[in-house]
Ligand binder design. Structure first.
Ligand code: RFL
Ligand code: PHB
Length: 383
């Protein structure tokens, strides 16, 4: 089998790239390890930057997003028994975020691809890739390609297809994780709340008018099964408590623990292989950047390939890695900053005083709040 672009992985990166190529008349085959059911129900991100929404609209996969996505023009930061609103849109040139689950983005992209026809093969694990020859070895045989897009996430096989010594890896692992739940209850507040508390971080988010998505900081190697529903609600209640406000509870539909790390592999390209999204970089979820970075990489690669197949040379393919890494490192810094400002890092009282002072500064200085706001909604200068 032969194709122009072989795409490994049907997450947001692979599916977005496939969609953009399809609209430009460039052939691709998407190979995905898991079932459609599994990929469509993997609960992860929920915050889309304006730039991500704009791209999905251009790609004509935003009908449901435009109906069901919830626009938020602010977030709250809570600490020391106070809740402060950061007016994102006022501070960041009228740009906002949209709450729409990654599961829904993936469903929309899969439906569009299956309707229009280019191959999307589920349950087809890729075993290895050859970046020099442009060959993908998978369970059913070989796929020869002009270009391989490694969109197979952090644990995929594409990154390890790059010969030793080529990549430089930058990494930080955090000594905590997030216990996340999806609960069948109306959100108790209409915008996100990021809470710093002596017992640890908590985040109140949502998926819809009936579904809430909540997180608490926990040990990274804890199992979600060790947490009873009552224990989770108790922890959420204590960490987010505020005079005159109540956290509504409901049945927990799903729970899971996720570790937190920062990771970047440079460069994001070798031979015919281009790494896209989590395959090349990971951010801790506190800045809500992972999915948005994956979509931005996919756009950059699609534009470079459209240029190249259109006979306009390979300048953009050559600068793919450099262009993506600028945005990636901005998101790494922002996510690291949000993470270390908001989580319980240690029992060190000096460190805790610095965190509180930083939170007070961000919620009282317009300049500091503007910096948070423009990074959170997505910097247009990084496009
Ligand atoms: P994905 O989504 O991991 O997709 C990779 C796909 O590749 C498949 N695969 C293979 N296929 C074939 N052969 C192989 N050998 C393969 N190995 C793997 C996998 O099955 C999968 O389908 O990577 P992608 O596309 O780069 O997308 C990245 C995003 O999923 C990720 O960055 C975000 O979910 C991160 N994230 C958030 N990002 C945001 O922008 N905003 C958020 O609010 C946000 N919240 C989060 C998050 C991630 C979280 N977790 C669970 C890590 C909240 C959480 C809790
Ligand atoms: C989510 O709704 O899943 C979510 C929101 C904001 C984050 C991370 C996750 O920073």
């Amino acid at each position: 089998m032969r194709t122009q672009v072989g795409i490994v992985g049907a997450g947001p990166a692979g599916l977005t790239l496939g969609r953009l190529l399809e609209r430009a008349g460039i052939e691709s085959v998407v190979l995905e390890d898991r079932t459609r059911e599994y990929v469509e129900h993997r609960i992860r991100a929920g915050v889309l930057e304006q730039g991500t929404v704009d791209l999905l609209r251009e790609a004509k996969v935003a009908d449901r997003l435009d109906h069901e996505g919830i626009v938020h023009s602010g977030i709250h930061l809570q600490f020391d028994g106070e809740r402060h609103r950061v007016p994102l849109a006022d501070l960041a040139g009228d740009r906002s975020i949209v709450i729409y689950g990654q599961t829904e983005v993936v469903k929309d992209l899969i439906a569009a691809r299956l309707e229009s026809g280019p191959p999307l093969l589920f349950e087809t694990p890729v075993e290895s890739v050859d970046p020099e020859r442009g060959v993908i070895h998978h369970a059913g045989g070989e796929l020869e390609c002009d270009v391989i897009a490694g969109c197979d996430g952090f644990h995929g096989v594409c990154r390890s297809g790059i010969p030793e010594g080529v990549l430089t890896v930058f990494e930080r692992e955090f000594p905590f994780g997030w216990l996340g739940i999806l609960a069948q209850v109306a959100p108790s507040i209409d915008e996100l709340v990021y809470t710093h508390h002596p017992r640890g971080f908590a985040l109140l988010s949502l998926r819809s008018a009936e579904l809430s998505r909540y997180y608490v900081q926990c040990d990274p190697d804890e199992s979600a099964d060790d947490w009873s529903d009552d224990a989770i609600w108790e922890e959420l209640r204590v960490r987010t408590a505020l005079d005159g406000w109540r956290l509504e509870e409901g049945p927990i539909l799903e729970k899971g623990v996720t570790g937190m790390r920062s990771f970047v592999a440079e460069p994001m390209q070798h031979g015919r292989l281009y790494l896209v999204g989590d395959a090349a970089h990971i951010v801790p979820p506190t800045g809500a950047k992972g999915l948005n970075l994956a979509v931005a990489d996919a756009r950059t690669l699609a534009e470079a390939l459209i240029d190249w197949y259109g006979g306009n040379g390979d300048d953009h393919l050559r600068s793919y890695s450099q262009k993506c890494l600028r945005r990636v490192w901005r998101a790494e810094q922002f996510s690291y900053w949000m993470t270390t400002m908001l989580h319980k890092l240690s029992d060190d009282a000096f460190e805790q005083r610095l965190q509180l002072s930083q939170l007070r500064y961000v919620t009282s200085s317009r300049a500091a709040a503007t910096s948070l706001a423009e990074n959170y909604v997505g910097l247009t200068t990084m496009a």
